[in-house]
Write a protein of this length. Structure first.
Length: 136
């Protein structure tokens, strides 16, 4: 419980520092689009943000924590899920980190609707997977 609370506090702190420091939202869609947008003159922030994300896992493991995440071995399921997430991010104009963490923190109605939609879609997906007997 304490680990989850600490993680949530660190995510909130990082999102707040990025917003208050340079006025950027720390949603991954925005970070990645900034990282690869050649037209954006000042994109150093996204390079450092992304580098921090990459460095976090090895630091987490060095600190003695494990990665309790299990992912399916099915490449078809992984590719399908990735495409669906990418399409959903495109039509939702953002992702769970942008809407759920940053948008909700700014009391954005659009982000509240998006976050509720994400949660309902997740519940529906799990229910369907359970109904079909698909084990992930």
């Amino acid at each position: 419980m304490l680990d989850e609370l600490s993680g949530g506090l660190l995510i909130g702190l990082a999102a707040s520092l990025l917003w208050l420091g340079i006025g950027r939202i720390s949603g991954m869609t925005g970070v990645l689009s900034s990282l690869f947008a050649l037209s954006e003159p000042n994109r150093r922030w996204s390079v450092w943000f992304f580098a921090g994300l990459i460095a976090a896992m090895p630091l987490f493991l060095v600190a003695g924590y494990g990665a309790p995440v299990e992912i399916t071995d099915s490449p078809y399921l992984l590719v399908g899920a990735g495409l669906l997430v990418g399409f959903g991010t495109y039509i939702g104009n953002g992702c769970t980190s942008g809407h759920g963490v940053c948008g909700m923190g700014r009391l954005s109605l659009r982000s509240a609707v998006a976050t509720i939609t994400f949660i309902l879609a997740g519940v529906a997906t799990v229910a369907l997977m359970n109904l079909l007997g698909v084990m992930v």
